[in-house]
Design a protein around this ligand. Structure first.
Ligand code: GLN
Length: 478
């Protein structure tokens, strides 16, 4: 097979090609390694997707995924390999162990191709908060790929990796998937282990696939789910993740979330979204409006809860337990202060300050306690809606990919990028983004969400729609 033919294969097709003997594991890995090295070598001219690339082609294995290369977000611990969470404070940190989901995928046969660039500690929506530089969107290099799993999304969209692993706290898989024209899935909270993921907000963080198509997302998730004794919040997945097969949506009731589908959403995004709704109807789905009355408050609650959890999680980076220690401090306090001053970027510091304030004795009830109550209301809204519909759809991102630098000076406008994705994170329910069309020549994402542990049915619905929408992702290949 020629390199071009290899690069056209989805992860599922590449595995099948290796299994049939049409392609060797070495050829497959080698083709992607050359691409990934090319992006690294291009420096400022490239996409800046990767923070580490494999040094050689690994030997053959016999597990079901046949040595398929995978790109993994920087914040997953990988034994002996830099795992820096996009932060200066963890520069060249090489963990002594590997995150459970990564080792589960490795046991299933994948080989680590690269670590991907990301917003520092997964805080961001544009991948401009990385200590290792911004990532560019392969559809238009003057634009952001979305964040925080921007390196993973851009690498898959550009064909520099067959698939990639990301994490999603408030939208960081779905939003970059939407902005880069690929598929991104955030699983039900607890379906996958968080052990070995460098934590941002533990009650929200989940790992998930970024892939070229829905079948690949199912294939990756199949090898990720499961209870892990190292993560007390993980749960056994009921059954297995199956390859999606649905081609029709007959009898499926799809709710259109009124609060998340019009106000503040770019006209071109609404147009592509409505086009997807028409396709869904043609496939036999019944559409009906649903209300999520508290969803407009999700972002406010999230920006209290996530910083509160981050201020606690990031306390460990003190130059003693973790983090590169500032040199030449005169005493302990100066060492802590300088380590954290030099090691963390501006957005991380902003969140630590916000979170520490929200958790302080006098304000705890007014901020943290109230945000938790809003979170409960949001979960209840979804539960009520799912009594009358099977799934709910929204646009994934209110806008298409924006220009580099456009929102860096205005944190609130950056936070708005996750307006449609944060409610599902607070409710702990699964949600997938699939590309549904173009606006201004840039991809638009459709988000589909369902009740906890509905992944198999969700993947089926996404698969049927993906077939009908026939989105052409070739244009982003570099
Ligand atoms: N953009 C959101 C934030 O900055 C979500 C990030 C994420 O999901 N990791 O917090």
């Amino acid at each position: 097979m020629s390199a071009t033919e290899i690069l056209e294969l989805s992860a599922t097709a590449a595995t099948a090609a290796v299994a049939s003997g049409a392609l060797s594991q070495g050829e497959l890995f080698g083709a992607y390694l050359a691409r990934a090295e090319g992006d690294r070598a291009a420096g400022g001219e490239g996409l800046n997707c990767f923070t580490w690339v494999a040094e050689h082609v690994p030997g053959d294995g016999s597990a079901p995924l046949h040595g398929l290369p995978i790109a993994v977000k920087d914040l997953f611990c990988t034994e002996g390999i830099p795992s820096q969470a996009g932060s200066r404070i963890l520069e060249d940190y090489r963990p002594p162990y590997t995150a459970t989901v990564v080792s589960a995928l490795q046991s299933a046969g994948v080989s680590l191709l690269a670590k991907t660039n990301q917003d520092e500690f997964a805080m961001g929506s544009s991948n401009e908060n990385s200590a290792f530089g911004a990532v560019r969107n392969p559809w238009d290099r003057g634009r952001v790929p979305g964040g925080s799993s921007g390196g993973s999304a851009a690498a898959v969209a550009a064909g520099l990796a067959p698939w990639a692993l990301g994490t999603d706290t408030g939208g960081s898989i779905r939003q970059p998937a939407a902005l880069c024209g690929i598929v991104g899935l955030k699983p039900t909270y607890g379906a996958v282990s968080r052990y070995g993921m460098i934590a941002f907000a533990s009650s929200l963080d989940q790992a998930g696939p970024l892939t070229r198509d829905v079948a690949d997302a199912a294939l990756m998730l199949r090898h990720m789910v499961g209870q892990d004794e190292c993560d007390a919040t993980s749960l056994a997945f009921p059954g297995e993740i199956e390859p999606p097969t649905a081609e029709r949506l007959d009898g499926i009731r799809i709710g259109v979330a009124e609060e998340l589908a019009s106000e503040g959403i770019q006209a071109g995004v609404v147009e592509a979204f409505e086009g997807a709704l028409t396709r869904a109807e043609e496939l036999g789905a019944q559409l009906q409006p649903v209300s999520l009355p508290h969803a407009p408050h999700a972002l406010s609650a999230y920006y209290v809860l996530a910083p509160a959890e981050c201020s606690s999680n990031l306390a460990r980076f003190d130059g003693v337990r973790y983090g590169s220690r500032a040199a030449d401090a005169r005493d302990l306090l100066e060492m802590y202060t300088r380590t954290r001053h030099d090691g963390f970027g501006a957005e991380v510091k902003r969140r630590i300050m916000l979170g520490t304030y929200a958790l302080s004795a006098g304000y705890y009830e007014a901020f943290y306690g109230r945000a938790q109550r809003v979170r409960t209301k949001i979960s209840e809204d979804f539960a009520t809606a799912f009594a009358s519909v099977d799934f709910i759809v929204t646009p994934t991102s209110p806008t298409v990919a924006f220009k580099l630098g456009e929102r860096t000076g205005d944190p609130l406008s950056m936070y708005m990028s996750d307006y449609c994705t944060v409610p599902m994170s607070l409710a702990g329910i699964p949600a997938i983004s699939i590309p549904c069309g173009l606006s201004e020549g840039l991809p638009v994402g459709l988000q589909i969400t369902g009740p906890a542990f509905s992944e198999n049915r969700l993947l089926d619905v996404a698969h049927a729609l993906e077939r009908a929408l026939e989105f052409d992702s070739q244009r982003a290949r570099v």
